[in-house]
Ligand binder design. Structure first.
Ligand SMILES: Nc1ncnc2c1ncn2[C@@H]1O[C@H](COP(=O)(O)OP(=O)(O)OP(=O)(O)O)[C@@H](O)[C@H]1O
Ligand SMILES: [Mg+2]
Length: 268
């Protein structure tokens, strides 16, 4: 997703505040929320991972434009890590060490460029590790992260589905270090309207909240999606299709219902 498409929602701002606090307090935070409401995108945005991912992943020859990436990482001081499904603790350690070192080098590079080279007391220069899809972590992997947190005083955020906070309560040593549990929520009605206005525009139309047909369509969308971003996107793809096939020009309640019937919708 490119920068223009990302919508800075209230939930994204709450996530940013949460991450800043966890980072400042060198603690552990758990962020949980339904599938598809924007947790991963928020974390990517916060860590500037869209900019950094290729450079960190490939670690190839440098380019002048890389300075932008160094600056972005210098600002976020954050590593975003997504464990693979069959992750072993050894791989976790190796992968995390690798990405940690690479991000540190980028940040140091940035500090040198701006004339404030890192001192020994500045370490660890990475302040926060965000682990997405955290339910994939085995108990040993969790223990490994705790150890890293204790030793380096790097703040840690674990992102996952609702229930994640309970999953970790089975690890008392880990759990006792958790400073915050943050619930990522779906879009509220106001924001849903705002997002829908963009979708309407995308289809070359103007959404009028005072208009009965539009209001009905919005109510149908709110009912189907319950403010879930991913469902919203999928519903809109189908809506476009339904309109095209039937040669329709107005987004009505019926169009939304027809679009919904083609989706397999499951909200956990
Ligand atoms: N702030 C946003 N602005 C625009 N689109 C968004 C935003 N947040 C989420 N989306 C859309 O919703 C989709 C799902 O978001 P995301 O992958 O971040 O959800 P998630 O909460 O991480 O879900 P899961 O629990 O399944 O990993 C994205 O692919 C994107 O299309
Ligand atoms: Mg996700």
């Amino acid at each position: 997703m490119n920068q223009e498409q990302f919508i800075v929602t209230k939930e994204h701002r709450r996530f940013t505040e949460f991450a800043d606090t966890v980072r400042r307090q060198h603690t552990i935070g758990i962020c949980y929320g339904q599938a598809g409401i924007g947790k991963t995108l928020s974390a990517r945005r916060y860590s500037h991972w869209d900019k950094a991912q290729t450079l960190i992943g490939e670690w190839g020859p440098r380019d002048d434009s890389d300075a932008q990436v160094y600056a972005a990482l210098g600002k976020s001081r954050t590593v975003l890590y997504t464990p693979s499904v069959l992750l072993t603790p050894r791989t976790l350690k190796e992968e995390l060490d690798k990405v940690f070192t690479r991000v540190s080098i980028c940040i140091e590079q940035h500090l040198t460029t701006v004339g404030k080279p890192a001192k020994r007391s500045d370490f660890p220069i990475v302040e926060l590790i965000i682990v997405d899809e955290s339910e994939r972590l085995s108990p040993t992997a969790v223990e490994l992260l705790r150890d890293r947190y204790d030793r380096n005083k790097v703040a840690l955020i674990l992102i996952g589905m609702p229930g994640l906070e309970k999953q970790f309560s089975r690890f008392p040593q880990f759990y006792s270090r958790v400073g915050f549990a943050h619930q990522y929520r779906p879009l509220g009605q106001d924001e849903l309207n705002f997002v829908l206005q963009r979708h309407w525009r995308h289809l070359g139309k103007t959404l009028d909240l005072e208009d009965f047909t539009d209001a009905q369509a919005i109510a149908a969308i709110a009912r189907v999606t319950r403010g879930n971003f991913r469902l919203l996107e999928r519903l809109f793809l189908q809506t476009e299709r339904v309109m095209k096939i039937n040669d329709l020009t107005v987004i009505t309640n019926d169009v939304i219902e027809a679009a919904q019937s083609t989706l397999v919708i499951g909200i956990s």
